[in-house]
Design a protein around this ligand. Structure first.
Ligand SMILES: [Zn+2]
Length: 625
């Protein structure tokens, strides 16, 4: 009897204390784990659910008129265990309304009257729509509650003016539009917060469910449309020779010039009906975006992205004649797809294509990129690689960018550093990374610089928010890579991707997956890097000779568990580098002893972090007296 009680207690206790150190967890996240929508081993819980919809969208545009009109039908399915009384709709384009709350100043050219709803229907019945005031979301009480596992049909008619100033979307020139966030959509309703009612205020990005889309875009003849997903009717929209070129590009290793500005101007590219309707389909994606132009050059090629099945993905570029750097864009895109599919993250590019459009945004969308033109070709490639690497985080992985942008920009920025090393060598890639991603944080002693990365993104603005999303988070992932070694790191990353793609993982799901897939308790590292007010500042405290060489005591002033190279110069003028992974901080985050095994006499040594830049390098050196 006693023995049995003891056994039960022991098993129970060991489950609760799976890891020596527990990570801080907000109460709503704890509730999700208690409800088993998330599982402590890092997998989706047995009660995991997410909602989704089918979107059927038609829009029309006829530049230089900036009016876009749209109609859509949404079939929204409630997979939650709750009855839904209100639907929350996202109206992101209201960010252009004068009264919208924004984190940045905008010019008068950015302002429009937002998105205007002309008709709203529930289950086919027209209902009054009360136009909001600059909010990018609106809640609507349903006539009939939406029960668990039930669906509802909603339809909208709307119009809006494309803004003159082009950012993530807008008029690139008077005859070239980039359209994104252009349709009313149902906001995310999830197991953590219920409805996502956060305003889009420009600085913080997006959080979307996975939906199936069919959409059609009607434009005047001689306009080409590029969009997320597969073009269903190239034979109806393009004249035969051009449809043939496009088809050929899907299997060709060469870059094919599908259409030039001259060919478009001579009426030879598109079908010559007054209005041409381009039809698209994209399943299980978090959003769709599109571009249209009557003079952009159109190039295309393709590349095998799956080494096992040999599946190819299409890479297309659309650009104005002045953007000379875009002449290489299909090659850059093919390289990015090939490298990322085979190296980091190292899982095959999950979609059928990508299209890179010359605009101003340097912004990612599912299967679309909107990039500015650069003077330096290396920089053009660098930026497009970053945007294409976003394919995995946030899109394939369904990240809540508003709250946990460090799982989106952080991963992408880590991969960006790795592909840059392959492209331009370690020295140049490290220089770029330090300059763009690290220096602005580590050389800034401000109070917001060292806020814990786990701080919800929507609770931060400005530089502190940027540091946490990009450089600090990326360094953390690269530090884990250094800690685990490439093989185990990739195993953990791939396990995380395979468990959570097409879902909505939280940081705790990611940390738990890295623990279970590595078979190690890494909470000491996650707590250090993602939950603490740390930074990087290491110092040499003491160097003493030992039986086997030297013992170097390194003091960790900043507290972050950074890897470091101890670079030793011997009396004979030779130097040797002793690399230390973050493991040296696993038992004591403030102090570590490093043994330098050598028979030679050390004259001096220095701690070098490379991209793990040190806030104060004055205390990194030691010299024999
Ligand atoms: Zn990014």
């Amino acid at each position: 009897m006693k023995g049995n009680i003891f056994l039960v207690f022991f098993v129970g206790a060991s489950c609760l204390n799976l890891y020596a150190q527990q990570l801080y967890m907000p109460r709503n996240v704890q509730r999700a784990f208690n409800n088993q929508t998330r599982s402590a081993d890092g997998r989706p819980g047995r009660n995991y659910w997410q909602n989704s919809a089918r979107y059927n969208i038609s829009i029309s545009a006829a530049p230089p008129n900036r009016l876009v009109t749209g109609a859509e039908e949404i079939t929204y399915t409630n997979n939650s265990p709750n009855s839904i009384e209100n639907l929350v709709f996202r109206l992101t384009l209201n960010t252009h309304a004068p009264e919208a709350p924004r984190e940045y100043e905008v010019s008068a050219d950015y302002l429009t009257s937002g998105i205007q709803i002309d008709e709203y229907r529930e289950e086919g019945k027209v209902k009054a729509w009360k136009q909001g005031s600059g909010n990018t979301w609106q809640s609507v009480k349903l006539e009939r509650k939406l029960a668990p596992h039930d669906s509802i049909k909603i339809s909208f008619k709307w119009h809006y003016d494309v803004s003159v100033q082009s950012g993530r979307e807008g008029a690139i020139d008077s005859n070239t539009f980039f359209l994104a966030y252009f349709y009313p959509r149902v906001a995310v309703y999830d197991d953590i917060d219920g409805w996502d009612r956060q305003n889009f205020t420009e600085g913080h990005e997006f959080y979307n469910d996975f939906n199936d889309y069919t959409f059609e875009v009607s434009v005047p003849k001689n306009y080409v449309v590029w969009a997320t997903g597969d073009l269903l009717n190239s034979d109806e929209t393009l004249q035969p020779a051009f449809a043939e070129r496009l088809k050929k590009s899907y299997t060709s290793d060469d870059v094919i010039h599908i259409a030039t500005s001259g060919e478009l101007a001579s009426n030879s590219v598109t079908t010559q009906r007054d209005t041409v309707t381009w039809k698209w389909k994209a399943d299980n994606v978090s959003d769709v975006a599109l571009a249209l132009s009557n003079h952009y050059i159109w190039d295309a090629g393709s590349v095998a992205v799956d080494s096992v099945t040999k599946r190819r993905a299409s890479v297309q570029a659309a650009y104005n004649a002045e953007a000379k750097d875009f002449e290489k864009m299909v090659d850059y895109g093919k390289h990015a797809l090939d490298w990322s599919s085979n190296n980091f993250p190292g899982t095959p590019y999950p979609y059928s294509k990508t299209t890179i459009v010359r605009g101003f945004a340097d912004m990612e969308y599912p299967m679309m990129v909107n990039d500015s033109s650069q003077k330096e070709p290396d920089f053009t490639r660098f930026v497009v690689e970053h945007e294409i690497l976003h394919t995995w985080f946030p899109f394939y992985m369904g990240i809540n960018e508003r709250r946990y942008g460090f799982m989106d920009e952080g991963w992408t920025t880590a991969f960006e550093n790795l592909i840059a090393r392959a492209d331009m060598g370690d020295e140049q890639a490290e220089k770029f990374f330090k300059q763009f991603r690290v220096a602005g944080w580590i050389k800034n002693p401000a109070a917001d610089a060292d806020l814990p990365i786990i701080t919800p993104g929507d609770a931060m603005v400005g530089r502190g928010f940027g540091n946490n999303e990009y450089g600090k988070a990326a360094l953390g992932y690269l530090a884990i890579k250094d800690l685990l070694g490439d093989a185990v790191f990739k195993k953990c990353l791939h396990e995380f991707i395979s468990r959570w793609h097409g879902k909505h993982p939280l940081p705790w799901d990611m940390f738990n997956t890295f623990n279970s897939a590595s078979g190690k308790d890494l909470n000491w590292f996650f707590d250090n890097w993602y939950f603490s007010n740390g930074y990087i500042d290491l110092a040499v405290q003491e160097v003493t000779s030992t039986n086997t060489g030297y013992a170097v005591i390194i003091k960790n002033i900043g507290g972050f568990a950074a890897p470091v190279n101890v670079v030793v110069t011997f009396d004979d003028e030779t130097t040797q580098t002793f690399h230390q992974t973050p493991q040296i901080w696993s038992s004591d985050s403030k102090s570590a002893m490093v043994n330098i095994a050598t028979k030679k006499k050390i004259r001096s040594l220095v701690l070098e972090g490379g991209i793990f830049m040190d806030a104060d390098e004055m205390n990194n050196k030691w010299k024999q007296n």
